[in-house]
Design a binder for this molecule. Structure first.
Ligand SMILES: N[C@@H](CCC(=O)N[C@@H](CS)C(=O)NCC(=O)O)C(=O)O
Length: 221
């Protein structure tokens, strides 16, 4: 199977899908979507959000969890849902994708703005417009001003994960869906290049490295 992933590199849900594709050994091409030009994404997926995954058979899947579960059907091994903790992986992945994301994305706003600025001021302005429409006028500027408070809030939301990972290598013992969700969210601290996860979260920093090293290529021993 080969696939084409439509993504924004700054999107946590796209990072989650990339790592699942790596884990399952599925070949894929990344298509970095232009924030202002989504005709191809719309034609392929029928909507304007990323991630969208187009499979070589003609099927296109949107939404990172739907993508994960469809890939699990198509390529059951290695599994995202280890026996004995399937339900827990789905429950925890849902929490991470929704609640944890809500605590982290605000702290990533300065990096996201810098990212879109690097793609052109018109892209950055459109990105800001979408955020301010969704979260209220002046939202992006407020996030820039309150960055240290938002970062503290993000660190507090990550603290239980930091604690859990002091006791085991992956969230529920064996690697599974929840880990790919958490990897995606931690990617908020990495999409600009260097890993910016604060030093007070050493277990999460080590964990991110562990997840990041998962590749489809088998390295020679
Ligand atoms: N529940 C979806 C969320 C996808 C999502 O929120 N995508 C964002 C990027 S992180 C997006 O495409 N936003 C459109 C925009 O910013 O214009 C998933 O898990 O894939």
């Amino acid at each position: 199977m080969t696939a084409r992933l439509y993504q924004f590199v700054s999107s946590p849900y796209c990072a989650k899908v990339r790592k699942i594709l790596d884990f399952k050994g599925i070949d894929y091409e990344v298509i970095e979507v232009d924030y202002l030009e989504r005709n191809e994404l719309l034609a392929v997926s029928g909507q304007l959000m990323v991630p969208a995954l187009a499979l070589d058979g003609g099927e296109t899947i949107v939404d990172s969890t739907r993508i994960a579960l469809r890939l699990e059907e198509l390529e059951p091994e290695p599994t995202l849902l280890p026996p004995g903790s399937r339900g827990m992986h789905r429950i925890l992945a849902g929490y991470i994708d929704d609640q944890l994301e809500d605590a982290l994305f605000r702290a990533a706003i300065p990096d996201e703005l810098a990212h879109w600025r690097s793609r052109g001021s018109d892209r950055a302005e459109f990105w800001r417009l979408i955020r301010d429409r969704k979260f209220g006028a002046g939202f992006v500027d407020r996030m820039l001003k309150d960055h240290s408070a938002e970062l503290a809030r993000a660190i507090a939301a990550l603290a239980p994960f930091e604690e859990a990972l002091g006791e085991r290598p992956f969230l529920l013992g064996r690697l599974g869906l929840a880990d790919f969700s958490l990897y995606g969210q931690l990617y908020y601290f990495a999409f600009r290049g260097a890993l910016k996860l604060p030093g007070e979260l050493p277990n999460l920093r080590a964990y991110f490295g562990r997840m990041d090293r998962i590749t489809s290529t088998l390295e020679p021993a």
